[in-house]
Design a protein around this ligand. Structure first.
Ligand code: SF4
Length: 499
């Protein structure tokens, strides 16, 4: 087994999946080396700040409807929860639920707690979370400060068990432990697998777990799966603890994002006997084919799936051909997390576009089930080779890359990225909702969105004409990867230049 639920915490991705955050080359080279264990991540001697794993862990856990989260950290580490609160309200709005805020308390660790320990603050925070929210479980997320001082979070929670009659769950997600914010997903899911999920009392052969983010476009998945006699259960956000405790009842688990789903889906397979559907993700034609076909194979529904695929494809064939004509040869740069970046490279190629660069924010050399991610493997088997780079969302690199490549459009998936392309006069598509290109209809709606953006770039061109970038001319003339040392130097050299 690769997922050890007896351990108090999930191993970080660098150690578990040999994940890297620094690389420049091509997808064939990257995947070939990853398959042969020969891919060594590089280093940068200059990096901008980026996200951390604590934010990813909290972002999942605060969305569980009847749980509370206590962040044992400095108050600033809780700032991500502002976005989580927006996400929660947006999710409630889309479900026509009453708008409510997240159940979150921060222990506000200060210098005093750093020197003398934060035990009292943590106790107070857990008690207050129970009093204020009346939750059915309380997750306690750790941070750099609590980790560095060696706070015994598990021990403190054990002491409180007699007093507070709901599961008190430590979540080890200190930001300094991993360069990959995605390690925070694993920390949250390790806590859920270890403390919340129970063995199935009965199996539900119609039920399929769908690991996704906000689930805004879930009606489309429901429509497709209902047609082959299946019922989706969207996890983890917006579920209840009771639902999570019964994830083991499902017949299979599908994921919208290989990066997000790897740990939870593999854990459900290894420890609770729920098969993980290891396929491409359902963005575009080939991805949706692969997602549905592998599900059909595992559940013995091959014929129903083939009939469904044929009908759905026939329904979009003409519109797809028209879009391919419109978008043919348009040059695109992608900047996304690894699973989306790889899957969107394939999707945009299906639309007839020329993917001239794919930047991803890390690269997992394998997923938890032991293989190179299916989407990366697929790209590496194409005739053409796609130039790729890996960074922890280093915008200063992307700026120079976009200036050099001058694509017709930039496709990205993280807040704050699209605006930089727009400031350069390049139309940018921000994929906020993971369902934007889901399934066969999704490729039509997403392709149409790109066609619209290309049809009228006046706004971004006007914006670019009025904007002064905050970079020096010196930096703007440098190679985008000036600070990337692919040889992974043993000692870091600090940058003296001002970019
Ligand atoms: S956990 Fe560490 S890296 Fe993350 S926000 Fe707090 S101090 Fe920063």
């Amino acid at each position: 087994m690769t997922i050890n639920l007896k351990a108090t915490e999930a191993k970080v991705r660098e150690n578990r999946l040999s994940s890297i955050t620094a690389y420049k080359g091509s997808v064939k080279d990257m995947v070939q080396k990853a398959g042969g264990c020969g891919l060594k991540g590089g280093e940068r001697c200059f990096t901008q700040t980026t996200s951390c794993s604590l934010g990813c862990a909290q972002g999942q856990l605060v969305m569980i409807q009847d749980a509370a989260v206590v962040g044992h950290s400095a108050i600033g580490c809780g700032s991500d929860t502002i976005q989580s609160n927006i996400n929660k309200r947006r999710g409630h709005f889309s479900r026509e639920w009453e708008l409510t805020d997240i159940n979150y308390i921060n222990t506000n660790m200060t210098e005093e707690a750093t020197v003398f320990g934060g035990k009292a603050k943590l106790r107070e925070g857990v008690r207050e979370a129970y009093r204020r929210f009346n939750p059915k479980a309380i997750f306690v997320t750790t941070s750099c400060v609590s980790g560095i001082i060696g706070e015994d979070v598990s021990g403190i929670l054990s002491e409180l068990e007699q007093e507070i009659p709901v599961p008190l769950v430590p979540v080890h997600c200190e930001g300094f432990r991993s360069r990959l914010w995605a390690s925070g997903f694993d920390a949250a899911f390790h806590a859920i697998l270890s403390y919340i999920v129970k063995p199935a009392e009965k199996k539900r052969p119609e039920l399929v777990n769908i690991i996704n983010f906000a689930g805004i476009g879930r009606a489309q998945v429901t429509r497709l799966l209902n047609r082959i006699g299946l019922v989706p259960q969207f996890i983890v956000q917006f579920t209840t603890l009771d639902q999570l405790s019964r994830l083991s009842e499902a017949a299979a688990t599908l994921s919208f994002c290989g990066t997000l789903g790897s740990y939870l889906a593999t854990g459900l397979e290894e420890h609770f006997g729920v098969p993980y559907i290891k396929s491409l993700q359902p963005h575009g034609i080939a991805g949706t084919d692969s997602w549905l076909r592998e599900l059909g194979r595992v559940l013995g529904k091959e014929d129903e799936v083939e009939a469904l695929i044929a009908e759905e494809k026939a329904a979009i064939a003409q519109e797809l051909a028209e879009l391919q004509t419109k978008l043919n040869g348009k040059r695109v740069v992608i900047g996304m997390g690894p699973s989306f970046a790889q899957n969107y490279t394939r999707l945009l190629d299906e639309l007839g576009m020329d993917v001239v660069w794919t930047a991803s924010w890390h690269f997992d050399q394998r997923h938890d089930y032991g293989e190179v991610p299916a989407a990366a493997q697929d790209l590496s088997e194409w005739d053409k080779d796609i130039p790729v780079s890996v960074s922890e969302l280093q915008i200063f690199e992307i700026i120079n890359l976009l200036r050099e490549l001058k694509p017709d459009v930039y496709v990205c998936r993280h807040p704050g990225m699209a605006i930089w392309a727009a400031k350069l006069g390049i139309p940018a598509i921000f994929v906020s909702d993971e369902y934007q290109s889901f399934g066969y209809q999704g490729i039509i709606s997403f392709g149409s969105r790109i066609a619209d953006a290309l049809a009228n770039p006046t706004f971004v061109r006007y914006l670019a004409s009025k904007i002064k970038l905050p970079y020096t001319n010196w930096w703007l003339e440098q190679d985008a990867f000036k600070y990337l040392d692919e040889a992974a130097p043993s000692s870091k050299v600090r940058s003296k230049e001002v970019i």
